[in-house]
Design a protein around this ligand. Structure first.
Ligand code: EPZ
Length: 428
């Protein structure tokens, strides 16, 4: 297992390019299940999760031609050989559940292992299942698997369009049902749908494949089912979470970095919070420039919410910044019930954070000190790296396989801006 050693204290200066979005790419890859023609994706990030999703699709019968260095993947599913998403893959990556809607829509059958809980919370998939049931699927939960099928008596084994209201906003369930609805009989109306940019990207790709979708990016999405979809070429949108993570780097170190490849509108809410903290954030022709020259960091309280609110996936990074603020900030995590595992690790670096349920109270300190810390999930990992960049001395972050799920060439990108950072083998 690798670990990353950061020697902090150097303000970052330069340019960091943003890769394609992991969370957009995962559902886009599963959309290939909806057609027998090839789906070509470009701007595909070269990450562990893309490899896992490719392996899952291959186990279902897809031929996946990956060119990771060229950030390209071509996926073709001429026919679904085996409609079974095995536990061995699903337990590695919860987004595996996104194959269920497309498999049911394409062939009227699919079996997917139920994902277990994960480090950041219970993360049930009940809304995915309720939605598919409302569309006519018959579900049987046994042996840790959901066995789903569409009865032949229903439009010859085809899902039906329905009106479905999500009781809570779910990105994944919106994606799963939107994909299922593209080939259903009739019109599907998804109410209280997620509005994330990843949903819009998926809808754009599905539309290019021949789907009829209105309202993606709003809370009501209408999908008119069609008989068949075709392949297309689609470029994955920029990763707004990677972008936001790198925006924190100059802010926390007191530097000046332009993050290129993504638009400010993808990270509006973070930009506003950072500006309230006294950080300069401005849009440039090719991205966003962030700087803090000697000024202190003001405390900013915030609450995580579905898009366009403050992203839960940027909470840990913003908390790292707030550990050095000139006062007290209060952070309310409303999406996941256990997403403060970075707090005790940041505390080991000298931060003053009190966690009470879903609320963290961060009292800014004048400086952080390097320490050995352990990454517990993807966004926790990057927050520890960011804190390490600002800390005095050496921070070693272990279990960086979490980081490798969501950040492509992270050391290289940060090193290009002057960060002292290296990956070493950790044999413990
Ligand atoms: C997506 O997860 C992202 N993952 C997560 O990214 C992100 O944190 C999350 O959305 C919220 O923005 C991908 O896109 C692959 P949800 P998802 O369904 O779709 C509850 C990262 O670091 N819920 O929007 O799984 C759920 O427990 C990550 O990149 C149900 O109750 O999230 C949570 O409290 C981790 N029942 C809330 O809804 C369901 O059936 C939002 O979850 C589904 C969800």
């Amino acid at each position: 297992m690798d670990k990353i050693i950061v020697t902090g204290g150097t303000p970052l200066h330069g340019t960091i390019p943003v890769s394609g979005s992991k969370n957009a790419c995962l559902p886009l890859m599963t959309a290939a299940l909806l057609t027998d023609q090839p789906l070509t994706l470009t701007n595909v990030p070269n990450l562990a999760d893309m490899k896992t999703m490719a392996a899952l699709l291959e186990s279902l019968g897809a031929v996946v031609t990956r060119e990771p260095e060229a950030n390209r993947a071509v996926i073709r599913v001429e026919r679904l050989r085996s409609p079974l998403a095995h536990y061995d893959i699903v337990r590695k990556m919860r987004a595996s559940i996104l194959v269920l809607g497309p498999m049911l829509a394409r062939d009227g059958a699919g079996t997917v292992s139920l994902p277990g809980g994960c480090a950041i919370g219970a993360r049930p998939v009940d809304l995915h299942l309720k939605g598919l049931e409302a569309m006519g699927a018959v579900l049987d939960l046994r042996d840790g698997y959901v066995h789903a099928s569409v009865p032949r008596s229903l439009h010859g084994g085809r899902l039906r369009g329905v009106s479905f209201r999500f009781p809570v906003v779910s990105v994944g369930a919106t994606e799963n049902l939107m994909m299922a609805a593209t080939l259903a009989k009739g019109t599907t109306r998804l109410v209280n749908a997620a509005r994330e940019p990843e949903i819009v990207d998926l809808a754009d790709c599905l539309t290019a494949m021949g789907a009829q979708i209105e309202g993606a990016g709003t809370s009501t999405i209408e999908i008119e089912g069609v008989d068949a979809l075709s392949g297309t070429d689609h470029a994955v949108i920029a990763d707004r979470i990677e972008m936001g993570s790198f925006m924190i780097a100059p802010a926390i170190t007191g530097g000046d970095v332009t993050v290129t490849g993504g638009r400010l509108s993808l990270v509006d809410t973070l930009a506003e919070a950072m500006q309230a903290a006294g950080i300069s954030v401005e849009e440039t022709p090719d991205g966003v420039r962030v700087s803090r020259a000697n000024g202190s960091i003001k405390p900013v309280s915030f609450t995580t919410e579905p898009f366009p609110g403050f992203a839960t996936d940027l909470q840990a990074q913003m908390m790292a910044l707030m550990t050095l603020a000139d006062g007290v900030s209060v952070i309310d995590e409303k999406i996941f019930e256990n997403r403060f595992m970075h707090a005790p690790e940041l505390t080991r670096m000298g931060a003053n954070i009190a966690v009470d349920g879903g609320r963290a109270t961060v009292t800014g300190v004048s400086g952080l000190r390097g320490a050995p810390v352990m990454a517990t999930d993807l966004r926790a990992s990057i927050s520890l790296l960011l804190a390490g960049l600002a800390a005095e001395g050496e921070t070693s972050v272990s279990r960086v396989y979490h980081l490798d799920r969501g950040y492509e060439r992270v050391e290289e990108k940060l090193r290009a801006c002057g960060a002292r950072i290296e990956r070493v083998r950790d044999d413990e």
